[in-house]
Design a protein around this ligand. Structure first.
Ligand code: PGA
Length: 247
C-alpha cells in the first residue's frame, strides 16, 4: 500500500530560541514538497515558540510521561505537549531507554498517553552493536516491537522508527539489505499485534541519515521515511533529505 513518507527531525538537547530561524527554510521545503510529511521535534521549551513562528510545520515532542499529571518532577505529560501545539511525540528513543532506563512497557504507556491526547506516537526500536554482532538484531527489534506497541494502535497514530543504536551519531549505517530485512521483520511483527493496520504504519529509518545517503535508504522496501538527528539541526542539511523523500 502507498504510505506517505515522513521525515522527522529530532533536535535532542540542542537549540535555543535563536536556533528556530532554521525552521523557516524547513517550513518552506515542507510546503513545496506537499507529498512528504515533515516534522521537527525540538526541546520541550521550544515547542510553543516553534509552533508560533512556523505554523505550517508539524512540531513534536521528544518524550512524554505515561500519566497525564502528577508528582513526577521534571517530566512532561502528553496533554502539555498537545497544549503547546505538538502534533506528535517520539517515545522510547534509545538514548532514553539507556539513560533513563525506560522499558518496553514504559514505552507502550507513553505511546498510549500520546494517543489519548491526539498526538502521533513515534516508537523507537533498535539493537546495540553487541546484539548485531551476536546475530540478534532481528530478535531484539521484534521483541521491542512486541513489548512497546499497544495492541489497539492504528496506522493513523502509530509510527515506528528503526534506529540501530550503533548508527546513531556515528556516521555509520547498516547495509541496504540489513535495513530491508529489519524493516520487513518489523512489519510482519506489527501484523501479529495490530493485524491489517500494520500495512499503513510508517516505519522510519534513523541513524546517521543525511543528504548523501537518504535517497538509497528511502528507496528500500518498507522504509517510509527517516528520523534524523544531527542533520535536522540546520535547514541546509535537512532540506536535501526532504527532497530525497519527495523523489
Ligand atoms: P543521528 O540521530 O541522525 O544524529 O544519527 C538519529 C536519532 O537519534 O534519532
Amino acid at each position: 500500500m502507498a504510505r506517505r513518507k515522513l521525515i522527522a527531525g529530532n533536535w535532542k538537547m540542542n537549540g535555543h530560541l535563536d536556533h528556530l530561524r532554521e525552521l523557516h527554510g524547513i517550513e518552506k521545503a515542507a510546503k513545496s514538497h506537499a507529498d512528504v510529511d515533515v516534522a521537527i521535534c525540538p526541546p520541550a521549551t521550544l515547542i510553543a515558540p516553534a509552533v508560533q513562528r512556523t505554523p505550517g510545520l508539524t512540531i513534536g515532542g521528544q518524550d512524554c510521561h505515561e500519566e497525564d499529571r502528577g508528582a513526577h518532577t521534571g517530566c512532561v505529560a502528553a496533554p502539555m505537549l498537545a497544549e503547546a501545539g505538538a502534533k506528535c511525540v517520539i517515545v522510547g528513543h534509545s538514548e532514553r531507554r539507556a539513560d533513563q532506563g525506560e522499558s518496553d512497557a514504559d514505552v507502550q504507556g507513553k505511546a498510549l498517553a500520546a494517543h489519548r491526547h491526539g498526538l502521533q506516537a513515534i516508537i523507537c526500536v533498535g539493537e546495540t552493536e553487541e546484539q548485531r554482532d551476536a546475530g540478534e538484531a532481528e530478535a531484539v527489534v521484534t521483541a521491542q516491537i512486541a513489548g512497546s506497541v499497544p495492541p489497539e494502535a492504528t496506522a493513523d497514530w502509530l509510527v515506528i522508527a528503526y534506529e540501530p543504536v550503533w548508527a546513531i551519531g556515528t556516521g555509520r549505517i547498516p547495509t541496504i539489505d540489513d535495513v530491508a530485512a529489519i524493516h520487513a521483520a518489523i512489519r510482519a511483527k506489527l501484523g501479529d499485534i495490530i493485524g491489517g493496520e500494520a500495512d499503513g504504519v510508517r516505519i522510519l529509518y534513523g541513524g546517521s541519515m543525511n543528504g548523501d545517503n537518504a535517497s538509497d535508504l528511502l528507496a528500500v522496501d518498507n522504509v517510509d521515511g527517516g528520523l534524523v538527528g544531527g542533520a535536522s539541526l540546520s535547514a541546509d542539511k535537512f532540506v536535501p533529505i526532504i527532497e530525497a523523500a519527495a523523489g
